[in-house]
Design a protein around this ligand. Sequence first.
Ligand SMILES: C[S@@+](CC[C@H](N)C(=O)[O-])C[C@H]1O[C@@H](n2cnc3c(N)ncnc32)[C@H](O)[C@@H]1O
Length: 243
Amino acid sequence: MKRLLLIGIGAGDPDHLTLQAVKAIAATDVFFIVDKGAEKRDLTDLRHQMIKDHAREPHRVVTATDPERDRTATAYAEAVEDWRERRGVLYHQMIDEALGENQVGAFLIWGDPGVYDSTLAALEGLPADIEIEVVPGVSAVAALTARHRIGLTRVARPVHLTTGRRLADEGPSADDMVVMLDARLAFEGLDDFDIYWGAYLGTPDEILVAGPVAEVAPKIRELRAEARERKGWIMDTYLLRRR
Ligand SMILES: C[S@@+](CC[C@H](N)C(=O)[O-])C[C@H]1O[C@@H](n2cnc3c(N)ncnc32)[C@H](O)[C@@H]1O
């Protein structure tokens, strides 16, 4: 048998690693790292640092470059599907070539492997002699609410986890929404909501802003643009709560 671990590494703070994740890294023979291009180099660097800090010798690190997604395609769903397929082929190839009999392989997954991450889907259909295990991680959602010192849930109320694209296209879907993957400031104009916004959570560049959307949206727009310009990329997450 071979084992493949999907290890949640937290949202950017090296101390987000759980003891279970640290033990899983120490048990790994082959790390698979998929480089997502220059803008995400910081994210890859953190993975390399975690391997340096917690892996045991000997181990191998196998790297590959993530297939490009067609961001110009008007058929968004098809473009994503096509990219997922190519990604799946790449992952299968890497594993096939590098993971030996009785070895443990691992992907270090940003945040929690179960939240807006396509690795599990990309690994569907692996040979039957490879057993997959998932190690949960601190998601950006948990990092956000912790840093703002708020609860994710109000008493007995639901929360909707969604994307910026959906919020922009379809409008608010609930009184409490956590929004990820937002490239277009989809919260602007939602003036009956409070927003709890966080960028680069858990890192030295972290930025937090909270308040009524009508009051703080211009400030978030400005901070976001400035940070994106300075670092070349941004990751932000926010909770919208109807007042
Ligand atoms: C592909 S999803 C991965 C989510 C990840 N699996 C998790 O559990 O947090 C990427 C999105 O996660 C959010 N995100 C991840 N890390 C973040 C961080 N350190 N600060 C703010 N948002 C973050 C952003 O919304 C970003 O667009």
